[in-house]
Design a protein around this ligand. Structure first.
Ligand code: CA
Length: 238
């Protein structure tokens, strides 16, 4: 007897494939469909935004350059429409600083072209698993430390009565540190947990994101996040 298709084992992953080159797009869609994923396609930023209306995507494969448009600018729209979707950016601009720029703008992973389809599939599965785990962990929990309160269900952060608006990455870092007060997390560990990519230790994406996070949550209040030179970051009392 043949193995049942993956869609019978669990709900299929719903993927939006955004790529302007028809050949590449068809190739990706065919490969992902072969893995039991359900794909929608978009070739332009306009089509991408229109597709988001139907929502419900678990994953978005986002080609960086759509015609002459840089698709990174659409990431906030994707986040608004599909808050739990994993976003993987595909691009021929595979230089390290370009990768870091993509990640700074809110993508979850970045794959340079040309790529092996098996690597694309493995990364998408990893992103999906990560989304599932963080959703499960968020079911009935709240993290609090001193006057800091993180509502994991609504993803809202408070210090005392004041609500603090954070970006997705700032929120993830704060959750990571606040789950383990006093524990020191290295830069590599934070990159791994929050960005889940190969390490780029020469990049300062972690420092920049933490500096922004601290500016937001510590303004006029007790410091919460500390750094230890060469070791990493922790949350708690110094
Ligand atoms: Ca392209």
């Amino acid at each position: 007897m043949r193995n049942p298709p993956p869609s019978i084992i669990g709900p299929p992953m719903k993927v939006l494939v955004v790529e302007d080159e028809k050949k590449v797009r068809s190739f990706i869609v065919q490969a992902l469909s072969g893995e039991g994923m359900v794909c929608d396609e978009a070739a332009t930023v306009e089509e991408l935004l229109a597709s988001l209306g139907s929502g419900g995507y678990d994953l978005v494969v986002l080609d960086r350059l759509l015609g002459s448009e840089d698709s990174l600018g659409s990431i906030p729209e994707i986040r608004r429409a599909c808050p739990s979707a994993g976003i993987l950016v595909l691009s021929a601009l595979s230089e390290v600083d370009e990768k870091v720029r993509g990640l700074c703008q809110g993508a979850d992973d970045y794959l340079g072209k040309p790529f092996h389809v098996s690597e694309l599939i493995a990364r998408l599965r990893a992103l999906y698993r990560r989304g599932q785990t963080s959703e499960k962990g968020a079911k009935d929990t709240e993290i609090s430390y001193g006057d800091l309160r993180i509502d994991l269900e609504t993803q809202r952060v408070f210090r005392g009565e004041s609500r603090i608006e954070l970006t997705g990455k700032e929120f993830k870092i704060l959750c990571l540190l606040a789950r383990h007060p006093g524990r020191v997390f290295s830069k590599a560990k934070i990159l791994d947990e929050v960005w889940d990519i190969n390490h780029y230790p020469e990049s300062n994406v972690v420092e920049v994101t933490i500096a922004n996070l601290r500016a937001k949550i510590e303004r006029g209040r007790e410091p919460l996040i500390h750094s230890r030179r060469g070791a990493g970051y922790w949350l708690g009392e110094e």
